[in-house]
Design a protein around this ligand. Sequence first.
Ligand code: ARG
Length: 440
Amino acid sequence: MRLLPIVTAIALGLGASAAVVADDAPAPAPTRVAVRAAHLVDVKAGTQRDNPLVIIEGDRITEVRYDGQVPAGARLIDLGDATLLPGLIDCHVHLTGDPTEIKGDYYEAVLKRTSIDAAILSPTYAKRTLDAGFTTVRNVGADDYVDISLRDAINRGDIPGPRMLVSGPPLGATGGHADGTTGFSPWIEFHDVNGVADGVDAIRHRVRENVKHGADVIKFMASAGVLSAETSVGAPQYSQEEMNAVVDEAHRWGKKVAAHAHGAEAIKMAIRAGVDSVEHSSLIDDEGLKLAKQHGTYLDFDVYNDDYILAEYAKKGFPASTIEKEKMVGRLQRENFQRAVKAGEKMTFGTDAGVYPHGWNAKQFAIMTKWGMTPMQAIQAATVNAADLLGMTGKVGAVAPGYYADLVAVNGDPLKDVSVLEHVGFVMKGGDVDRNDLKR
Ligand code: ARG
């Protein structure tokens, strides 16, 4: 973008000297913007306030006022009757893939595509996610470090997309949920950079590799999975010693840990190891709920996923055994989500988008309220709580002075019907308007 004046000058035949003049011009003062709406969901206080005016300088919020006074020189963005919220946060996405790529041939993705294909498509998914109001995401699992390149391209301003925290390849046992080659002929070799590592020393080394190449967070597979080839969904796939090693090593490097875990035993082992969040959490039992509370572990339930998998994955050529596993786990996951809400657990918002289409992230809100959360709780899970899990409190997840100017706005009252978040009309990230359909 910075090259643009020079490029324009050359195109106009003005030569190098004109470009020098443009470079010498005084830097413009940081633009001041005021965003006006009818209501603001104050996620920190758990209330709604009327007539907010959010003042923004550069990429940050400087003030939120309620007297309607637009500061002199500020550009006004008037969103009319809309309700403002902080930009939404999804703690569990996979921006390097999308189910729309799978068109009936289950093996096509594994045998005919590389991470270069994933890299070509991922900016589209990043943009869809941002357009849907998710201004921050945690990408928990991508082979070949595609996620790291994607994050960096977004941070450089080369492509639009949400703020990303990324894990690189997720760690896991040979033959387990992180091992994409299970079930193939032993003579077939894959040459991707994945996270398969067995035993304490190999695990510590693998964590260090991810940190070395730029991971913000460490992800590992504590249990088996649904969409991978194992027969069990919930069996632990690392020993306690191995899980302890992941967490000890990651924390020593200042990285948080997210554990994929469906099974009750694997969930408890991961919590005892000290993980920062349990992903899926499907079959968590009472002891697990108690342990999570004691340890202050965040629980993340991807409760929308089941609807999409059961509707679409058989058509996509997934084996019947996978569909059976989903049938077993989907309903129980929602029931256990409800028990976790009742137990007052620390809950966040993670969808596993990438298993279902990017941009549909907000469909999970309605399932969360159907299964026990108030709309405010569901919104807090995807804002303040998510920011806390990501270690980004003070930067994202609220509309307050000092925070990044990450804002979304919707028509309708999200505290009455949280599904209005499926149709955000305005998205701003770091002071830049990504889209605005609410213009008056
Ligand atoms: N990626 C997860 C897995 O394969 C998806 C689980 C989806 N099912 C669900 N009920 N949340 O294990």
